[in-house]
Design a binder for this molecule. Structure first.
Ligand SMILES: [Zn+2]
Length: 475
Protein backbone atom coordinates (compact mmCIF):
# COMPACT_ATOMS: atom_id res chain seq x y z
CA UNK A 1 0.00 0.00 0.00
CA UNK A 2 2.88 2.34 0.81
CA UNK A 3 4.48 1.80 -2.56
CA UNK A 4 2.00 3.57 -4.84
CA UNK A 5 2.14 6.62 -2.60
CA UNK A 6 5.90 6.72 -2.92
CA UNK A 7 5.68 6.40 -6.68
CA UNK A 8 3.28 9.26 -7.02
CA UNK A 9 5.65 11.43 -5.04
CA UNK A 10 8.46 10.43 -7.37
CA UNK A 11 6.37 11.30 -10.36
CA UNK A 12 5.60 14.78 -9.11
CA UNK A 13 9.26 15.31 -8.42
CA UNK A 14 10.16 14.32 -11.91
CA UNK A 15 7.63 16.74 -13.27
CA UNK A 16 9.34 19.51 -11.32
CA UNK A 17 12.64 18.54 -12.83
CA UNK A 18 11.31 18.83 -16.33
CA UNK A 19 10.41 22.44 -15.75
CA UNK A 20 13.90 23.34 -14.68
CA UNK A 21 15.68 26.21 -16.44
CA UNK A 22 18.70 25.89 -18.77
CA UNK A 23 21.14 27.16 -16.15
CA UNK A 24 20.01 24.43 -13.84
CA UNK A 25 20.53 21.86 -16.55
CA UNK A 26 24.15 23.03 -16.99
CA UNK A 27 24.81 22.77 -13.27
CA UNK A 28 23.13 19.41 -13.25
CA UNK A 29 25.19 18.15 -16.17
CA UNK A 30 28.46 19.21 -14.60
CA UNK A 31 27.66 17.89 -11.19
CA UNK A 32 26.33 14.65 -12.59
CA UNK A 33 29.44 14.05 -14.65
CA UNK A 34 31.57 14.99 -11.71
CA UNK A 35 29.67 12.71 -9.45
CA UNK A 36 29.77 9.83 -11.95
CA UNK A 37 33.51 10.05 -12.13
CA UNK A 38 33.84 10.20 -8.35
CA UNK A 39 31.32 7.45 -7.87
CA UNK A 40 32.89 5.03 -10.30
CA UNK A 41 36.22 5.81 -8.88
CA UNK A 42 34.96 5.18 -5.38
CA UNK A 43 33.09 2.08 -6.34
CA UNK A 44 36.19 0.79 -7.98
CA UNK A 45 38.10 1.44 -4.81
CA UNK A 46 35.24 -0.08 -2.90
CA UNK A 47 35.34 -3.11 -5.08
CA UNK A 48 38.98 -3.43 -4.45
CA UNK A 49 38.53 -2.79 -0.75
CA UNK A 50 35.72 -5.30 -0.66
CA UNK A 51 37.85 -8.00 -2.19
CA UNK A 52 40.81 -7.22 -0.02
CA UNK A 53 38.66 -6.78 3.13
CA UNK A 54 37.08 -10.10 2.48
CA UNK A 55 40.46 -11.59 2.26
CA UNK A 56 41.97 -9.64 5.16
CA UNK A 57 39.37 -8.32 7.64
CA UNK A 58 36.30 -10.40 7.14
CA UNK A 59 32.74 -9.27 6.28
CA UNK A 60 32.03 -6.82 9.09
CA UNK A 61 34.88 -4.42 8.32
CA UNK A 62 33.90 -4.30 4.65
CA UNK A 63 30.26 -3.39 5.15
CA UNK A 64 31.09 -0.45 7.38
CA UNK A 65 33.40 0.87 4.74
CA UNK A 66 30.94 0.51 1.88
CA UNK A 67 28.08 2.22 3.78
CA UNK A 68 30.20 5.24 4.48
CA UNK A 69 31.08 5.57 0.81
CA UNK A 70 27.50 5.26 -0.41
CA UNK A 71 26.44 8.03 1.97
CA UNK A 72 28.72 10.40 0.19
CA UNK A 73 26.41 11.54 -2.65
CA UNK A 74 23.93 13.00 -0.16
CA UNK A 75 25.86 16.21 -0.21
CA UNK A 76 25.00 16.70 -3.88
CA UNK A 77 22.32 19.33 -4.69
CA UNK A 78 18.66 18.32 -4.59
CA UNK A 79 18.02 18.36 -8.36
CA UNK A 80 20.64 15.70 -8.84
CA UNK A 81 19.27 13.06 -11.18
CA UNK A 82 19.25 10.11 -8.89
CA UNK A 83 17.85 7.87 -11.61
CA UNK A 84 21.16 7.48 -13.32
CA UNK A 85 22.12 5.40 -10.32
CA UNK A 86 20.64 2.17 -9.42
CA UNK A 87 21.13 2.24 -5.73
CA UNK A 88 18.12 1.56 -3.53
CA UNK A 89 19.35 3.19 -0.36
CA UNK A 90 20.33 6.30 -2.24
CA UNK A 91 16.96 6.45 -3.90
CA UNK A 92 15.13 6.26 -0.61
CA UNK A 93 17.08 9.01 1.03
CA UNK A 94 16.57 11.48 -1.79
CA UNK A 95 12.91 10.67 -2.35
CA UNK A 96 12.07 11.45 1.23
CA UNK A 97 9.88 14.57 1.15
CA UNK A 98 10.09 17.39 3.60
CA UNK A 99 7.97 16.10 6.41
CA UNK A 100 5.14 18.25 7.69
CA UNK A 101 2.95 17.09 10.52
CA UNK A 102 -0.58 16.08 9.35
CA UNK A 103 -3.26 18.46 10.53
CA UNK A 104 -5.50 17.05 13.22
CA UNK A 105 -9.10 16.83 11.99
CA UNK A 106 -11.64 15.69 14.56
CA UNK A 107 -13.71 12.93 12.98
CA UNK A 108 -17.31 12.59 14.20
CA UNK A 109 -18.04 9.35 15.98
CA UNK A 110 -20.12 7.39 13.51
CA UNK A 111 -21.28 3.86 14.03
CA UNK A 112 -24.08 1.49 13.31
CA UNK A 113 -25.63 -0.05 16.36
CA UNK A 114 -28.00 -2.99 16.41
CA UNK A 115 -30.56 -3.25 19.13
CA UNK A 116 -32.68 -6.33 19.79
CA UNK A 117 -36.30 -5.83 20.79
CA UNK A 118 -37.10 -7.27 24.22
CA UNK A 119 -40.42 -8.29 25.70
CA UNK A 120 -42.50 -5.22 26.51
CA UNK A 121 -40.38 -2.95 24.34
CA UNK A 122 -41.80 -0.20 22.22
CA UNK A 123 -40.17 2.43 20.05
CA UNK A 124 -40.01 4.99 22.82
CA UNK A 125 -38.21 2.56 25.15
CA UNK A 126 -35.74 1.64 22.41
CA UNK A 127 -34.99 5.30 21.71
CA UNK A 128 -34.35 6.08 25.33
CA UNK A 129 -32.12 3.02 25.60
CA UNK A 130 -30.16 4.39 22.64
CA UNK A 131 -30.01 7.84 24.27
CA UNK A 132 -31.75 9.40 21.30
CA UNK A 133 -33.79 12.53 21.93
CA UNK A 134 -37.53 11.84 22.09
CA UNK A 135 -38.10 14.77 19.73
CA UNK A 136 -36.49 12.67 17.02
CA UNK A 137 -38.93 9.87 17.75
CA UNK A 138 -41.87 12.27 17.39
CA UNK A 139 -40.54 13.41 14.02
CA UNK A 140 -40.41 9.78 12.87
CA UNK A 141 -43.88 8.94 14.17
CA UNK A 142 -45.26 12.03 12.40
CA UNK A 143 -44.08 10.57 9.06
CA UNK A 144 -47.20 8.40 9.21
CA UNK A 145 -47.96 5.39 7.09
CA UNK A 146 -44.60 3.76 6.30
CA UNK A 147 -43.49 4.04 9.92
CA UNK A 148 -46.70 2.43 11.26
CA UNK A 149 -44.96 -0.93 10.96
CA UNK A 150 -42.71 0.18 13.84
CA UNK A 151 -45.70 -0.25 16.16
CA UNK A 152 -45.60 -3.95 15.37
CA UNK A 153 -42.02 -4.66 16.48
CA UNK A 154 -41.87 -7.89 18.43
CA UNK A 155 -39.30 -9.45 20.77
CA UNK A 156 -36.27 -10.88 19.01
CA UNK A 157 -36.47 -8.46 16.07
CA UNK A 158 -33.61 -6.08 15.41
CA UNK A 159 -33.37 -2.38 14.62
CA UNK A 160 -30.23 -0.76 13.29
CA UNK A 161 -29.31 2.80 14.17
CA UNK A 162 -26.64 4.99 12.63
CA UNK A 163 -25.65 7.71 15.06
CA UNK A 164 -23.23 10.57 14.60
CA UNK A 165 -22.29 12.15 17.90
CA UNK A 166 -25.42 10.59 19.39
CA UNK A 167 -27.64 12.17 16.74
CA UNK A 168 -29.79 9.76 14.72
CA UNK A 169 -28.85 9.72 11.05
CA UNK A 170 -30.38 6.55 9.78
CA UNK A 171 -32.49 3.71 11.04
CA UNK A 172 -33.28 0.36 9.47
CA UNK A 173 -36.01 -2.06 10.46
CA UNK A 174 -36.23 -5.31 8.54
CA UNK A 175 -39.95 -5.92 8.33
CA UNK A 176 -39.54 -9.38 6.82
CA UNK A 177 -37.24 -11.26 4.47
CA UNK A 178 -37.98 -8.94 1.57
CA UNK A 179 -39.02 -5.62 3.08
CA UNK A 180 -37.05 -3.13 5.11
CA UNK A 181 -38.04 0.28 6.44
CA UNK A 182 -35.30 2.88 5.99
CA UNK A 183 -35.54 6.14 7.86
CA UNK A 184 -32.94 8.72 6.86
CA UNK A 185 -32.19 12.18 8.20
CA UNK A 186 -32.76 15.05 5.81
CA UNK A 187 -31.65 18.28 7.45
CA UNK A 188 -33.75 18.52 10.59
CA UNK A 189 -36.40 16.07 9.51
CA UNK A 190 -36.56 12.43 8.47
CA UNK A 191 -37.72 10.58 5.38
CA UNK A 192 -39.11 7.05 5.52
CA UNK A 193 -39.01 4.57 2.71
CA UNK A 194 -39.88 0.90 2.51
CA UNK A 195 -37.37 -0.94 0.36
CA UNK A 196 -38.40 -4.22 -1.18
CA UNK A 197 -35.93 -6.86 -2.26
CA UNK A 198 -36.96 -8.91 -5.24
CA UNK A 199 -36.96 -12.62 -4.60
CA UNK A 200 -35.78 -15.12 -7.19
CA UNK A 201 -38.60 -17.36 -8.24
CA UNK A 202 -37.67 -20.90 -9.17
CA UNK A 203 -39.94 -23.59 -10.49
CA UNK A 204 -39.55 -26.97 -8.85
CA UNK A 205 -41.35 -30.26 -9.13
CA UNK A 206 -41.88 -33.29 -6.98
CA UNK A 207 -43.50 -36.63 -7.45
CA UNK A 208 -44.53 -39.33 -5.01
CA UNK A 209 -46.39 -42.55 -4.42
CA UNK A 210 -48.71 -43.00 -1.45
CA UNK A 211 -47.65 -45.83 0.84
CA UNK A 212 -49.24 -45.13 4.21
CA UNK A 213 -50.67 -41.63 3.77
CA UNK A 214 -50.59 -38.73 1.35
CA UNK A 215 -49.02 -36.54 4.03
CA UNK A 216 -46.13 -38.98 4.52
CA UNK A 217 -45.62 -39.47 0.79
CA UNK A 218 -45.55 -35.72 0.24
CA UNK A 219 -43.11 -35.25 3.07
CA UNK A 220 -40.82 -37.86 1.55
CA UNK A 221 -41.03 -36.00 -1.77
CA UNK A 222 -39.88 -32.84 0.01
CA UNK A 223 -43.25 -31.09 -0.04
CA UNK A 224 -44.21 -29.10 3.06
CA UNK A 225 -47.47 -29.80 4.87
CA UNK A 226 -49.03 -26.53 3.75
CA UNK A 227 -48.53 -27.47 0.12
CA UNK A 228 -50.00 -30.94 0.69
CA UNK A 229 -53.10 -29.19 2.04
CA UNK A 230 -53.21 -26.99 -1.04
CA UNK A 231 -52.88 -30.03 -3.27
CA UNK A 232 -55.84 -31.63 -1.49
CA UNK A 233 -57.84 -28.40 -1.86
CA UNK A 234 -57.27 -28.28 -5.60
CA UNK A 235 -58.67 -31.77 -6.09
CA UNK A 236 -61.19 -31.88 -3.25
CA UNK A 237 -64.20 -31.66 -5.55
CA UNK A 238 -63.09 -34.88 -7.21
CA UNK A 239 -61.24 -36.82 -4.55
CA UNK A 240 -62.12 -37.45 -0.92
CA UNK A 241 -58.70 -37.15 0.66
CA UNK A 242 -59.94 -38.61 3.94
CA UNK A 243 -61.53 -41.77 2.61
CA UNK A 244 -60.58 -42.25 -1.03
CA UNK A 245 -56.77 -42.10 -0.99
CA UNK A 246 -55.17 -45.53 -1.20
CA UNK A 247 -51.75 -47.12 -1.29
CA UNK A 248 -50.36 -46.83 -4.80
CA UNK A 249 -52.03 -43.50 -5.56
CA UNK A 250 -49.53 -41.21 -7.25
CA UNK A 251 -49.06 -37.50 -7.50
CA UNK A 252 -46.85 -34.95 -9.21
CA UNK A 253 -46.62 -31.27 -8.34
CA UNK A 254 -45.01 -28.36 -10.15
CA UNK A 255 -44.59 -25.46 -7.79
CA UNK A 256 -42.78 -22.19 -7.12
CA UNK A 257 -40.02 -21.60 -4.64
CA UNK A 258 -38.66 -18.21 -3.60
CA UNK A 259 -34.98 -17.55 -2.99
CA UNK A 260 -33.10 -14.65 -1.49
CA UNK A 261 -29.34 -14.60 -2.10
CA UNK A 262 -29.40 -18.28 -3.01
CA UNK A 263 -31.27 -19.25 0.11
CA UNK A 264 -34.79 -20.71 -0.01
CA UNK A 265 -37.15 -18.35 1.75
CA UNK A 266 -40.59 -19.70 1.01
CA UNK A 267 -42.83 -21.71 -1.24
CA UNK A 268 -45.07 -20.12 -3.82
CA UNK A 269 -48.11 -21.49 -5.59
CA UNK A 270 -48.74 -24.88 -7.10
CA UNK A 271 -48.61 -24.27 -10.86
CA UNK A 272 -49.79 -27.67 -11.95
CA UNK A 273 -50.59 -30.94 -10.28
CA UNK A 274 -51.65 -34.46 -11.06
CA UNK A 275 -53.27 -37.00 -8.80
CA UNK A 276 -53.91 -40.59 -9.83
CA UNK A 277 -56.54 -41.86 -7.45
CA UNK A 278 -57.29 -45.59 -7.72
CA UNK A 279 -56.37 -45.48 -11.38
CA UNK A 280 -58.34 -42.31 -12.19
CA UNK A 281 -56.24 -39.43 -13.51
CA UNK A 282 -56.97 -35.90 -12.28
CA UNK A 283 -54.99 -32.91 -13.47
CA UNK A 284 -55.07 -29.24 -12.66
CA UNK A 285 -53.20 -26.18 -13.91
CA UNK A 286 -53.11 -22.72 -12.42
CA UNK A 287 -54.07 -19.87 -14.69
CA UNK A 288 -54.22 -16.16 -13.94
CA UNK A 289 -56.60 -14.18 -16.14
CA UNK A 290 -56.25 -10.59 -17.37
CA UNK A 291 -57.86 -9.30 -14.20
CA UNK A 292 -55.21 -11.00 -12.10
CA UNK A 293 -57.64 -13.62 -10.86
CA UNK A 294 -55.98 -17.03 -10.47
CA UNK A 295 -57.80 -20.33 -10.45
CA UNK A 296 -57.20 -24.01 -11.11
CA UNK A 297 -58.55 -25.63 -14.24
CA UNK A 298 -58.45 -28.99 -15.92
CA UNK A 299 -56.09 -29.02 -18.91
CA UNK A 300 -59.11 -28.41 -21.18
CA UNK A 301 -60.14 -25.30 -19.25
CA UNK A 302 -62.90 -26.53 -16.92
CA UNK A 303 -62.79 -24.94 -13.50
CA UNK A 304 -61.64 -27.37 -10.82
CA UNK A 305 -64.25 -25.93 -8.49
CA UNK A 306 -67.72 -26.91 -9.48
CA UNK A 307 -70.76 -24.73 -9.73
CA UNK A 308 -73.91 -24.81 -7.59
CA UNK A 309 -77.52 -24.37 -8.47
CA UNK A 310 -79.18 -21.79 -6.28
CA UNK A 311 -82.34 -23.86 -5.78
CA UNK A 312 -82.79 -27.65 -5.52
CA UNK A 313 -86.42 -27.61 -6.63
CA UNK A 314 -87.73 -26.28 -9.95
CA UNK A 315 -91.31 -25.29 -9.37
CA UNK A 316 -91.93 -24.33 -5.78
CA UNK A 317 -92.50 -21.45 -3.45
CA UNK A 318 -90.34 -20.58 -0.48
CA UNK A 319 -92.43 -20.85 2.66
CA UNK A 320 -89.79 -20.22 5.25
CA UNK A 321 -86.53 -18.38 4.99
CA UNK A 322 -83.22 -18.60 6.80
CA UNK A 323 -82.97 -17.31 10.38
CA UNK A 324 -85.01 -17.21 13.59
CA UNK A 325 -88.61 -18.28 13.34
CA UNK A 326 -91.46 -19.69 15.34
CA UNK A 327 -91.53 -23.46 14.94
CA UNK A 328 -95.18 -24.55 14.56
CA UNK A 329 -94.65 -28.07 15.86
CA UNK A 330 -92.09 -27.43 18.61
CA UNK A 331 -94.15 -24.35 19.55
CA UNK A 332 -91.16 -22.12 20.25
CA UNK A 333 -88.65 -19.80 18.59
CA UNK A 334 -85.67 -21.52 17.10
CA UNK A 335 -83.02 -21.05 14.43
CA UNK A 336 -84.08 -22.06 11.00
CA UNK A 337 -80.85 -23.18 9.43
CA UNK A 338 -82.18 -23.51 5.93
CA UNK A 339 -84.89 -22.65 3.47
CA UNK A 340 -88.22 -24.40 3.04
CA UNK A 341 -89.61 -24.99 -0.43
CA UNK A 342 -93.27 -25.95 -0.56
CA UNK A 343 -94.25 -28.25 -3.44
CA UNK A 344 -96.52 -31.27 -3.93
CA UNK A 345 -95.32 -34.61 -2.58
CA UNK A 346 -93.25 -36.43 -5.20
CA UNK A 347 -91.76 -33.28 -6.78
CA UNK A 348 -88.15 -34.13 -7.76
CA UNK A 349 -85.32 -32.72 -5.61
CA UNK A 350 -81.98 -32.13 -7.30
CA UNK A 351 -78.45 -32.04 -5.93
CA UNK A 352 -77.32 -28.43 -6.23
CA UNK A 353 -73.74 -29.41 -6.97
CA UNK A 354 -71.37 -32.18 -7.94
CA UNK A 355 -70.40 -34.23 -4.95
CA UNK A 356 -70.64 -37.37 -2.94
CA UNK A 357 -73.56 -38.64 -0.86
CA UNK A 358 -72.39 -38.90 2.75
CA UNK A 359 -75.80 -39.56 4.33
CA UNK A 360 -78.91 -41.20 2.91
CA UNK A 361 -81.70 -42.27 5.26
CA UNK A 362 -83.60 -41.23 8.37
CA UNK A 363 -82.22 -38.39 10.44
CA UNK A 364 -84.42 -37.58 13.46
CA UNK A 365 -86.75 -34.61 12.91
CA UNK A 366 -85.39 -34.21 9.39
CA UNK A 367 -87.05 -37.43 8.33
CA UNK A 368 -85.69 -38.95 5.12
CA UNK A 369 -82.55 -36.98 4.43
CA UNK A 370 -79.75 -36.80 1.89
CA UNK A 371 -76.48 -35.00 2.68
CA UNK A 372 -74.07 -34.30 -0.17
CA UNK A 373 -70.42 -33.33 0.31
CA UNK A 374 -69.06 -30.93 -2.33
CA UNK A 375 -65.31 -30.67 -2.27
CA UNK A 376 -63.72 -30.11 1.11
CA UNK A 377 -65.69 -27.00 1.98
CA UNK A 378 -69.35 -27.43 1.15
CA UNK A 379 -72.24 -29.62 2.24
CA UNK A 380 -75.90 -29.56 1.26
CA UNK A 381 -78.76 -31.21 3.11
CA UNK A 382 -82.20 -32.20 1.77
CA UNK A 383 -84.81 -33.17 4.37
CA UNK A 384 -88.45 -34.42 4.78
CA UNK A 385 -88.14 -36.44 1.56
CA UNK A 386 -90.86 -38.93 0.69
CA UNK A 387 -88.27 -41.15 -0.99
CA UNK A 388 -84.81 -41.40 -2.55
CA UNK A 389 -83.80 -41.65 -6.18
CA UNK A 390 -83.22 -45.18 -7.39
CA UNK A 391 -79.64 -46.42 -7.68
CA UNK A 392 -78.22 -43.97 -5.18
CA UNK A 393 -76.46 -44.96 -1.95
CA UNK A 394 -74.19 -43.51 0.68
CA UNK A 395 -70.81 -42.96 -1.00
CA UNK A 396 -72.26 -42.58 -4.50
CA UNK A 397 -71.16 -39.62 -6.60
CA UNK A 398 -73.83 -37.28 -7.88
CA UNK A 399 -73.73 -34.54 -10.44
CA UNK A 400 -75.14 -31.07 -10.32
CA UNK A 401 -78.86 -31.21 -11.16
CA UNK A 402 -79.10 -34.95 -10.67
CA UNK A 403 -82.34 -36.05 -8.93
CA UNK A 404 -81.58 -37.44 -5.47
CA UNK A 405 -85.09 -37.72 -3.96
CA UNK A 406 -88.71 -36.47 -3.82
CA UNK A 407 -90.55 -33.98 -1.71
CA UNK A 408 -92.53 -35.36 1.24
CA UNK A 409 -93.34 -34.58 4.87
CA UNK A 410 -91.33 -37.14 6.81
CA UNK A 411 -89.91 -36.08 10.22
CA UNK A 412 -91.14 -32.91 11.88
CA UNK A 413 -93.11 -31.39 9.02
CA UNK A 414 -96.66 -30.00 8.89
CA UNK A 415 -97.01 -30.38 5.16
CA UNK A 416 -95.04 -31.51 2.11
CA UNK A 417 -91.96 -29.36 1.65
CA UNK A 418 -88.23 -29.58 1.19
CA UNK A 419 -86.00 -28.30 3.96
CA UNK A 420 -82.68 -27.36 2.33
CA UNK A 421 -79.45 -26.44 4.14
CA UNK A 422 -76.16 -25.15 2.86
CA UNK A 423 -72.98 -25.43 4.93
CA UNK A 424 -69.61 -23.80 4.33
CA UNK A 425 -66.80 -25.23 6.47
CA UNK A 426 -69.35 -26.72 8.85
CA UNK A 427 -71.34 -23.49 9.29
CA UNK A 428 -74.90 -22.96 8.14
CA UNK A 429 -75.34 -20.28 5.52
CA UNK A 430 -78.39 -18.86 3.87
CA UNK A 431 -78.69 -20.89 0.65
CA UNK A 432 -80.39 -17.97 -1.07
CA UNK A 433 -77.65 -15.44 -0.41
CA UNK A 434 -74.48 -17.45 0.19
CA UNK A 435 -71.61 -16.55 -2.16
CA UNK A 436 -71.30 -19.61 -4.31
CA UNK A 437 -67.84 -20.55 -5.53
CA UNK A 438 -66.99 -18.88 -8.82
CA UNK A 439 -66.42 -21.78 -11.11
CA UNK A 440 -66.44 -20.22 -14.54
CA UNK A 441 -64.56 -22.15 -17.19
CA UNK A 442 -61.94 -20.66 -19.51
CA UNK A 443 -63.80 -18.54 -22.06
CA UNK A 444 -63.29 -18.82 -25.80
CA UNK A 445 -61.36 -15.54 -25.68
CA UNK A 446 -59.01 -16.79 -22.99
CA UNK A 447 -58.45 -20.17 -24.61
CA UNK A 448 -55.31 -19.30 -26.59
CA UNK A 449 -53.64 -17.49 -23.71
CA UNK A 450 -54.62 -20.33 -21.40
CA UNK A 451 -52.99 -22.89 -23.70
CA UNK A 452 -49.82 -20.80 -24.11
CA UNK A 453 -49.47 -20.46 -20.37
CA UNK A 454 -50.27 -23.99 -19.32
CA UNK A 455 -49.08 -26.29 -22.11
CA UNK A 456 -45.51 -26.40 -20.80
CA UNK A 457 -46.68 -27.59 -17.39
CA UNK A 458 -48.89 -30.24 -18.90
CA UNK A 459 -45.93 -31.56 -20.90
CA UNK A 460 -43.86 -31.59 -17.72
CA UNK A 461 -46.65 -33.46 -15.92
CA UNK A 462 -46.52 -36.11 -18.68
CA UNK A 463 -42.80 -36.58 -18.01
CA UNK A 464 -43.24 -36.61 -14.23
CA UNK A 465 -46.09 -39.07 -14.52
CA UNK A 466 -43.81 -41.53 -16.30
CA UNK A 467 -41.22 -41.07 -13.55
CA UNK A 468 -43.86 -41.73 -10.92
CA UNK A 469 -44.95 -44.89 -12.73
CA UNK A 470 -41.34 -46.06 -12.92
CA UNK A 471 -40.96 -45.31 -9.23
CA UNK A 472 -44.11 -47.18 -8.34
CA UNK A 473 -42.98 -50.21 -10.33
CA UNK A 474 -39.57 -50.09 -8.72
CA UNK A 475 -41.09 -50.10 -5.25
ZN1 LIG B 1 -87.01 -26.05 7.19
Amino acid sequence: MAKPVKHSKKRSKRRNKRSMSGAHWAVLFVSTSLFSVIFFLISDIAQATRVSSLQQNGLLGLSTASIRMVNLPLEIPQYFDKESFNDESLDKEIAKPAQSKPKKVSMPKMKWQTITVKKGDNLSKLFSRMNINTKELHKIVRLGKPTKTLNLISPGEELKFLLIDNKLQEMIYEIDDTQALHITRKADEFVAKTITTELDKRIEHATGVVQSSLYMAAQEAGIPGSMTMELANIFDWDIDFVLDVHTGDRFSIIFEEYYLDGEKISYGDILAAEFINQGNLYRAVRYTDNNGHADYYTPDGTNMRKAFLRNPVDASRITSGFGKRYHPILNRMRDHNGVDYAAPTGTPVKSTGDGKIIHMGRKGGYGNTVIVQHGGKYQTLYAHLSGFAKGLYKGARVQQGEIIGYIGKTGLATGPHLHYEFQVNGEHRNPLTVKLPGAAPITALQKLDFRLNTQGYITLLDTLSKTAVAQANFQ
